[in-house]
Design a protein around this ligand. Structure first.
Ligand code: SAH
Ligand code: MG
Length: 218
């Protein structure tokens, strides 16, 4: 039997459509983030992450990088999961706590005010079904190694900003960027390689949102 080869122009159909809706608090958080330059997850990435959560139905989620609590609130609501979220910035931490109160999700979302590299003991007794990494991009490798021992069998790790505004994909202009941005792009590239060569996980890195990876434990 011959196999039909169907050419698909992936670029032409790349636009991700979704029917996300937002309640008044979520709209308020989006507005705050926009006005204050807080890098909350963009809609394309959010719709992807929520799909993963609806399929996976995690009991416990670990988030690295809460900011104002926007993604934590969305994740908790997607499948009624418990979310443990780590944030090192005091202002962000306080905003997140306030927003989680307003959302009436105190029993579901626990924000830990620490640097994520120092918060292992706070969550070490919990088994996670999903880990969402969305903090300092240069430290993704360290976050991954530190927290994946807490992942359940068949657990999933999702990372946001894997293409970092397209910079990781297109390094042709790399000389135009500051030293710190160049370092960051290099680190994210190394992390791509690390994930793709990691024999314990099936990994795909998608050009969705700002670039999202999904690693599934083998
Ligand atoms: N997940 C949020 C956005 C997070 S923005 C959302 O989509 O709604 C990234 C956050 O990670 C920032 O608030 C920053 O303060 C925090 N962060 C960066 N490095 C961190 C670290 N090492 N430990 C804890 N938080 C960190
Ligand atoms: Mg992000």
């Amino acid at each position: 039997m011959e196999t039909a080869i169907v050419a698909v122009n992936v670029k032409a159909v790349r636009t991700v459509k979704n029917n996300l809706t937002f309640d008044s608090l979520e709209l308020e958080l989006r507005e705050y983030a926009k006005e204050n330059g807080v890098p909350i997850i963009i809609d394309e990435g959010l719709s992807f992450l929520e799909s993963v959560i609806r399929i996976k139905k995690p009991i416990n989620i670990l988030e690295i990088g809460s900011a104002i609590g926007y993604s934590a609130i969305r994740m908790a609501r997607a499948a009624n999961s418990n979310v443990y979220s780590i944030e090192r910035d005091e202002k962000m931490y306080n905003l997140a706590i306030g927003n989680i109160n307003k959302a009436n999700l105190n029993d579901k979302i626990h924000i830990i005010f620490k640097d994520a590299l120092e918060a292992f003991d706070d969550v070490k007794d919990i088994k996670f079904d999903l880990i969402f990494i969305d903090a300092a991009k240069a430290q993704y490798h360290k976050f991954f190694d530190l927290y994946t021992p807490l992942l359940n069998d068949e657990g999933v790790v999702v990372c946001d900003n894997m293409y970092f505004h397209g910079l990781v994909e297109d390094i042709s202009n790399i000389d135009n960027y500051s030293r710190s941005v160049r370092g960051l792009i290099r680190k994210l590239n190394e992390f791509h390689e690390y994930l793709l060569n990691n024999n314990d996980y099936h990994t795909s890195i998608y050009n969705i949102g700002d670039g999202m990876s999904i690693s599934v434990k083998k």
